[in-house]
Design a protein around this ligand. Structure first.
Ligand code: CUA
Length: 303
């Protein structure tokens, strides 16, 4: 197995090796004894069965030894887990948002990012927030995983001790594009981290509607280049005529301000033919009317 890249990795790996070692030992030992008994006590070699009644030594042995072994497994598991719940006071706070189907990260200075960037050898605390359904935040290289449950404030912390780029994935099946939640954590030196954190030029010249759409993961389901995902593409969407399904009856509509607004607030009211109902959550409580207007203005420019 690849060496871990966080301070937790050693403890987690140790308990994994101990549990696997004990399991493999007993798998081999029990199978060997079983095969031996089948041969030694088959009808040819042992024509007359013996009735054995009780053996106190054996009873005590096979109670005490397994008890000690499971306590050993528990001890190493617990020692690996305990430090994960004790967050250092100086840990860098980062909010992690999970939604269908994207992880996004918000830093204390307001910086938003699609991937996690952290300094090496510094503790980082992640606040795990789900915007819709259950997700699970998983960094295999750090040996870390925790669920994002709507309405529950879960957290994680870690200290990355090896610079590099590692996979971050969602480990809870959360719908059709669950696998699209794949992103990364980039562990860099402190200087590079601070430079990255203070650099916000990329968002400055961006259309506010586009920023909002990125933040709300619209592009997980809708492309801007005409290709089809689980939702219709935004390419040339404004002014387009679409055949929609309204409660089972089909009719044509022209995509205008009113239709986009309705589709954002109540996405299942008029679903474009050929797409599935119920995949998009209503955004009427997430986006304000002004924000939706900004999105509409941006969509007009996607040709
Ligand atoms: Cu989010 Cu699977």
């Amino acid at each position: 197995m690849k060496n871990g890249a966080s301070t937790f990795a050693q403890g987690v790996d140790l308990s994994l090796y101990i549990i696997s070692g004990i399991s493999i030992f007993f798998l081999v030992a029990i199978t060997a004894v079983m095969i031996y008994f089948v041969i030694r006590y088959n009808k040819k070699r042992n024509p007359k069965a013996t009735n054995i009644e009780g053996n106190n030594t054996l009873e005590v042995l096979w109670t005490v030894i397994p008890t000690i072994l499971v306590l050993v497994m528990f001890y190493y598991g617990w020692m690996g887990y305990k430090p994960m719940r004790n967050v250092p006071a100086d840990a860098i706070p980062v909010k992690v948002y999970g939604q269908m189907w994207k992880f996004s990260f918000e830093y204390a200075n307001g910086k938003l990012s699609d991937s996690l960037v952290v300094p090496v050898d510094k503790p980082v605390k992640l606040f795990l927030i789900s915007k819709d359904v259950n997700h699970s935040f998983y960094i295999p290289a750090f040996r870390l995983k925790e669920d994002l449950i709507p309405g529950k404030n879960n957290f994680l912390w870690f200290e990355a001790n090896k610079a590099g780029k590692y996979d971050v994935m969602c480990a809870e099946y959360c719908g059709q594009l669950h696998s699209a939640m794949l992103t990364s954590v980039n562990v860099v030196d402190v200087k590079a981290y601070e430079k990255w954190l203070s650099d916000s030029t990329s968002a400055a010249n961006e259309h506010p509607g586009l920023t909002l759409m990125k933040k709300n993961a619209c592009f997980s389901c809708h492309t801007q280049d005409g290709s089809k995902l689980v939702g219709p593409s935004f390419k040339g969407v404004f002014g387009r005529t679409e055949l929609v399904d309204t409660d089972g009856s089909e009719h044509e509509i022209v995509v205008n301000e009113e239709y986009i607004k309705r589709s954002v607030k109540t996405p299942n009211a008029d679903v474009v033919k050929g797409y599935m109902k119920g995949l998009m959550v209503p955004y009427d409580k997430i986006l304000t009317d002004e924000q939706i207007d900004q999105i509409i203005e941006y969509l007009k420019t996607v040709k």
